[in-house]
Design a protein. Structure first.
Length: 142
């Protein structure tokens, strides 16, 4: 009976130690620093970090940053390795959303990682990039 209890205890301890190591690896992800260059200083830049499943939906992580001297910078921290895309919106009127005209066209400037020049709705394949374990710097032009 003691042997069975000792075996179960060792197995559970091993599972807890493995779980803690996995959590440490995830929390020690890399950084993605995004710099947006634009004309004007009114409003804020809204940043969204997306994967393929969240693209054009709620981001994995979102943030807002002020514009100083025609630039805005934000750093996503502890990002796990994977394939991501960044979307940014120049929220000129600070209403915390992208504004659209009656015809459905955006009224505020937006951009994506890789700076694709496409007509029509944004596509994840145009914005995607892969990160591993080294910090990434991305510049987006609006």
């Amino acid at each position: 009976m003691k042997t069975i209890l000792l075996t179960i205890t060792l197995a559970l301890t091993s599972l807890f130690l493995t779980a803690q190591t996995s959590a440490e690896i995830i929390s020690e992800g890399t950084t993605i620093t995004v710099t947006v260059t634009l004309k004007g200083t009114r409003g804020h830049i809204m940043y969204g970090l997306h994967n393929q499943d969240t693209f054009m939906k709620a981001p994995l992580e979102g943030a807002s940053s002020e514009i100083i001297g025609g630039k805005s910078t934000f750093t996503f921290k502890n990002v796990a390795p994977g394939v991501y895309g960044i979307m940014v919106v120049h929220d000129k009127n600070d209403n915390k959303q992208m504004d659209f005209g009656p015809n459905g066209m955006p009224k505020e400037a937006y951009g994506m990682s890789n700076n694709p020049m496409s007509y029509g709705p944004p596509q994840f394949n145009d914005a995607k990039f892969e990160i591993l374990d080294t910090p990434v710097n991305i510049e987006i032009r609006l």
